[in-house]
Design a protein around this ligand. Structure first.
Ligand code: GLP
Length: 241
């Protein structure tokens, strides 16, 4: 696993954007795995700004998001579909029918998880998967203890993860209790992984990722087994290691 150090959040976001744009120029039909949360917002902002300035086109790009809350429709401002549209897709020339997330408002979430896994498999491998890091080591919504062999599935979110995401909902009670997420095996199938880590709040998780054992108790540690995984972390996130 390669580590790239950035001075701060903005530099981390710019390095990540330059990398994604370079990959996109190499392969205009690239399949990108997308993440949500606060961390990738700067990356998406940079991609939008580059699209406006330099006209980088996303017409041939397909995207697959990591996860979605169960019970929220795409029109709900807390859904990850809404997040992706408002932070990225609405501002670039991507064909929205090529942007995929699990559907959160279906009757049978288990069937939707299976269908999502199948969709990713049928589309071939994700070329570059963007990831954030949960404070407890989760990736996507794969909580500690999730088997490394897991495919897309329904998860009961831990209180820790719901609390971390309460900042977006205003209160813990409003955070959905379940989500559909790509599994760890789904994520590991991607050809390349780019994880972004920023801020002191992630410093102990980042140390554990860089220095701790590879174990299901800390899902992100699996990245150390990936042949092409790269972490871009800022000074604050690296402050403990
Ligand atoms: C959520 C998302 C993850 C994300 C994590 C970290 O739980 N499902 O994909 O990586 O939060 O979020 P943040 O970047 O806001 O710290």
């Amino acid at each position: 696993m390669k580590l790239i150090k950035a001075a701060d959040y903005n530099e981390m976001s710019r390095i990540a954007a330059d990398y994604v744009i370079a990959k996109l120029h190499e392969n205009p039909q690239i399949k990108l795995g997308m993440a949500t949360g606060d961390t990738p917002k700067g990356l998406y902002r940079e991609l939008v700004s580059d699209h406006r300035k330099n006209g980088t086109s996303y017409k041939g790009v397909q995207t697959f998001n990591l996860d979605e809350y169960i019970g929220l429709s795409s029109r709900d401002s807390q859904s990850y579909r809404y997040y992706m549209d408002s932070h990225l897709f609405d501002h670039i020339d991507i064909d929205k029918t090529n942007t995929h997330l699990p559907k959160g408002d279906v009757e049978d979430a288990f069937a939707e998880a299976e269908a999502y896994e199948q969709l990713i498999r049928d589309s071939g491998k994700v070329d570059l998967q963007i990831l954030g890091l949960g404070g407890n080591g989760h990736i996507g919504f794969n909580e500690p203890g999730t088997p490394f062999g897991s495919t897309a599935h329904v998860v009961e979110l831990t209180v820790a993860t719901r609390s971390a995401n309460a900042k977006f909902f205003g209160s813990l009670d409003l955070v959905p209790r379940r989500a559909i997420t790509m599994g760890i095996a789904t994520i590991m199938e991607s050809k390349e992984i780019l994880m972004l880590v920023s801020g002191e709040g992630k410093s102990s998780a980042l140390c554990r990722l860089l220095e701790g054992p590879v174990e299901e108790g800390f899902p992100a540690s699996v990245l150390r087994r990936h042949p092409h995984a790269m972490v871009i972390a800022d000074d604050a996130a690296l402050s403990l290691c």
